[in-house]
Design a protein around this ligand. Structure first.
Ligand SMILES: [Zn+2]
Length: 249
């Protein structure tokens, strides 16, 4: 059985995608119940160029942000398993594609969590880069500003997330690659591994001799590179894997 990766000591990098948050009631994007599968129009609100060009789309985006299930979502057993792993003394870095901050809510150290696609609890001005709290901006929407402009410069505001058509923060992706290379185990959890450059982190890890373990309900383009592919439900799989890793020490 190819399970000797569990015996590897050393740092673990965990890449997480939407699949780890579905047990918290946050739908994923491309799965059978995914937001974009059920409502292709919703994907447009995530496209940066359209967002800049279309005030009506921005108004719908603010409404969608207000209604985002992440405001009410609670951490789940999968998030907690990763907290247990960190607290066992193991070096754990979480590289997340999620914008819901549930890893931090669950108790993972904020400095150990790299938000690859930003987060939905802040806003940023596309012109001057000023940042603010999403909640305050949504209060402005509720008070009658359908598309509130930046208070510093009047520019367009958006959530502090990476939309389609927008490049990832170079510093963030460079750090992610560094953690991928420096780990002994690279665990990819609940991500379809179809969005680049994040998906490419799997290759970065494998080329550095890191054991790639993929936990996902659906096949991914990187399954062939993986030391092990796990198809169990994500929370259950993480509970089991973390228990095994802690037992090995
Ligand atoms: Zn501004």
């Amino acid at each position: 059985m190819a399970d000797d990766w569990r015996a590897r000591g050393g740092p673990i990098a965990v890449l997480t995608g939407a699949g780890i948050s579905t047990d918290s009631g946050i739908p994923d994007f491309r799965g059978p119940q995914g937001v974009w599968t059920k409502n292709p129009i919703a994907e447009l609100t995530a496209n940066y160029r359209d967002y800049l060009a279309n005030p009506g789309l921005r108004e719908r985006s603010w409404a969608a942000r207000r209604d985002n299930p992440a405001w009410r979502a609670e951490r789940n057993a999968g998030h907690r398993a990763l907290v247990d792993l960190e607290r066992s003394g193991r070096s754990v870095r979480i590289l997340t594609q999620n914008i819901d901050r549930l890893h931090q809510k669950a108790g993972s150290s904020a400095r150990k969590v790299l938000e690859l696609h930003g987060n939905m609890f802040e806003v940023v001005c596309v012109r001057c880069g000023a940042r603010g709290a999403m909640r305050e901006t949504l209060d402005r929407v509720a008070a009658g500003e359908p598309d509130p402009p930046c208070r510093e410069c009047g520019g367009i505001l958006k959530s502090a997330t990476v939309m389609f058509g927008q490049a990832l923060d170079e510093d963030v992706i460079a750090h992610a690659a560094l953690y991928a290379r420096a780990s002994e185990i690279f665990l990819a959890v609940g991500t379809s591994l179809r969005v680049h450059p994040v998906a490419g982190l799997c290759e970065v890890a494998v080329e550095a001799g890191v054991a790639l373990v993929i936990v996902n309900n659906e096949p991914t383009p990187y399954d062939g590179l993986a030391t092990e592919v796990v198809r169990e439900p994500i929370s259950e799989a993480l509970l089991r894997i973390v228990a095994e890793l802690i037992a090995v020490g």
